[in-house]
Design a protein around this ligand. Structure first.
Ligand code: F6P
Length: 321
């Protein structure tokens, strides 16, 4: 089986990106070990502090965030980093080539129940003369690399450098990521969807109608039965979509009028959108292609509808009616 570094070399990935990917892989191998240690390693449970998004941080969130920050700060190619867990952009190397955004531990409420969590990275090119938060205000289309590492029964990495999406699995015998799929393809059709149904009464009319039509199955306008799954960690739900297709959404809702969207553009929506698009799927807010959004804040949130292209197109049709 081909190891990650050999694959990147052989497929002609830019040498700097190869070096950065090695750093990201290195972070995830260590986080994977911590996650696996769980309660024994004393890393579970909440800390007192709340993060910038007003959520209680778990101990492992803090540990993973610090670990990634330290490793990226030691990587000369990184100009600056932005983390879901940090209020502000952290400057690293003035002559670095890349801006790295990350969610150190996505789905962290799953930690306490020994369920799926993961790390998500998004990399933008640094531009001469633009620093601080302003440097990160680039559409997701500019990403030179997006990846996630899912800490499940196996630790896996989904990666794109803009040339398709590849899947690697971490071999625990030598801690090397090895290629398992060189051209991930999201099936165009699906009969599976993922949404937090408990928010139903807070959705907007198009999503209400779309989901209602899925739920009536064979007897309804879609003429087939649908299955539902919800992992409560985007990284787990997107991994299922990349593995066997599906539609994943966290739509606009009115639950908290000050927070109509849940998922973060820079740390979740953009990297997942690139991975899904590069695997033949679609990622939209319902009204706009995610990768075309011009960001205005590093902690900006957006609505997300992504996955199998025919099914996402069906859902988008409800939004344009
Ligand atoms: O943004 C954090 C996150 O945990 C996502 O990974 C996940 O898709 C979503 O929130 C889960 O939301 P809920 O708590 O509504 O199930």
């Amino acid at each position: 089986m081909q190891i990650l570094s050999d694959y990147l070399k052989q497929t002609g990935v830019d040498a700097n990106l190869q070096s950065l990917i090695a750093t990201l892989a290195d972070c995830s191998v260590e986080i994977s070990q911590l996650v696996r240690g769980g309660a024994l390693a004393g890393v579970l449970g909440a800390t007192e502090s709340e993060n910038v998004q007003g959520e209680t941080q778990k101990k492992l969130d803090v540990i993973a965030n610090d670990l990634i920050k330290d490793k990226l700060a030691a990587q000369p190619l990184v100009k600056a980093l932005a983390s879901e867990e940090e209020d502000h952009v952290v400057a690293c190397h003035a002559d670095g080539h890349y801006l790295v955004s990350f969610d150190p531990l996505d789905g962290s409420s799953n930690i306490d129940i020994n369920s799926l969590v993961g790390t998500i990275f998004s990399v933008l090119p640094a531009q001469a003369g633009i620093d601080g938060e302003q440097a990160f205000m680039q559409a997701g289309r500019n990403q030179v690399l997006a990846c996630y590492m899912l800490y499940g029964p196996a630790t896996v990495m989904a990666l794109t450098t803009g040339n398709g999406t590849q899947m690697f699995s971490l071999d625990p015998t030598d801690n090397q990521f090895k290629l398992v799929d060189g051209a991930v393809q999201v099936p165009a059709d699906t009969s599976e969807f993922a949404i937090n149904m408990s928010n139903q009464r807070f959705w907007q009319a198009p999503m209400q109608q779309y989901i209602a039509d899925l739920l009536v199955g064979k007897e309804g306008p879609r003429g087939k039965n649908f299955n539902m799954r919800w992992i409560a960690a985007m990284v787990g739900d997107v991994h299922r979509v990349l593995s066997r297709g599906g539609l994943f959404t966290y739509p606009t809702d009115t639950k908290d009028p000050n927070k109509p969207f849940k998922l973060r553009l820079m740390y979740e929506a953009n990297p997942m959108a690139l991975l899904v698009e590069q695997a033949g799927g679609i990622a939209s807010t319902g009204y706009e292609t995610i990768l075309d959004i011009q960001p205005n804040h590093i902690h900006q949130r957006v609505a997300v509808i992504l996955g199998s292209r025919h099914e996402v197109a069906e859902c988008l049709a409800y939004h344009s009616r």
